[in-house]
Structures are given as structure tokens and as C-alpha cells.
Design a binder for this molecule. Structure first.
Ligand SMILES: [Zn+2]
Length: 132
């Protein structure tokens, strides 16, 4: 049984249905249609999508940080939205393990390899109050 679809109804639907990517069918790329994910997202996911749409590719500041000089006077800055953060240090490029440690706000920390880290306030998305 087919439902009668009017042109006006199709226009209303097409306002909310947008191409959200592509799918491949026998090697031919076709648009994949669906609602805009930004319209469906709520809460933290929506904040993430909005930040990525604004050009911020690392809204939670979880990408790897390249170490700086790492001295006590010039420690590697580790951004965090909280008062502490668990970090991993690849002490040397041939290392087969990662040294994990917790860095606290206001307390620079030294890794077993001698490299210093310091927590700085992050610029990312604030976590909801229930996060902590
Ligand atoms: Zn280290």
C-alpha cells in the first residue's frame, strides 16, 4: 500500500533531510541521506559537534602533545579542564612502554626519565558537573 505524498509534504521533509555523507554501491559513490547529526545531538555530543564545525579539531584536548624542553624551569604544559590529568610519557623513541602518571594542578611532576610536566588550564569543552 502506497501512501499519498504531496509535493508540499516532500518539501517539508527535505528541509530536515540532508546528505550526511556518501556510501558506495558497486563502486559508485552515492549520497547518504538522513537527518543532520547536529539536529539530533544533545548535551556534550552537541558541544563537540559545534566545536568541530567551528574548526576546533581537538575539542577535548586529547591529542598527543609534543614534549618541550622539559626542564624544571620550562616544563611541558599539559592542558586540563580539571584539577588533575593522567598523562603518559614515551620516555625515549625506542621505548616499548609508556610511563603513566597523574599531574596535579600547581604541582609540576617529574617523569622517571627526568622530563618535567605542569598542568595548565585547558581551553576545551567544559565537562558537565556530574563528570567528576
Ligand atoms: Zn618520561
Amino acid at each position: 500500500m502506497a501512501l499519498p505524498v504531496t509535493r508540499a509534504a516532500l518539501q517539508k521533509i527535505s528541509a530536515f533531510v540532508v546528505p550526511v555523507g556518501t556510501r558506495s554501491l558497486f563502486g559508485v559513490k552515492l549520497p547518504r541521506w538522513g537527518p543532520d547529526p547536529l539536529d539530533l545531538a544533545t548535551g556534550l555530543e552537541k558541544k563537540e559537534l559545534l566545536a568541530r564545525a567551528a574548526g576546533n579539531e581537538d575539542p577535548f584536548q586529547i591529542n598527543a602533545i609534543k614534549r618541550g624542553p622539559g626542564t624544571r624551569e620550562q616544563p611541558t604544559k599539559v592542558p586540563s579542564m580539571l584539577d588533575d590529568r593522567i598523562i603518559g610519557c614515551v620516555c625515549n623513541e625506542d621505548s616499548l612502554y609508556i610511563s603513566y602518571m597523574t599531574v596535579y594542578k600547581g604541582e609540576p611532576k617529574r617523569c622517571e626519565c627526568g622530563h618535567w610536566f605542569e598542568l595548565v588550564p585547558g581551553q576545551g569543552i567544559e565537562h558537565p558537573s556530574w563528570w567528576v
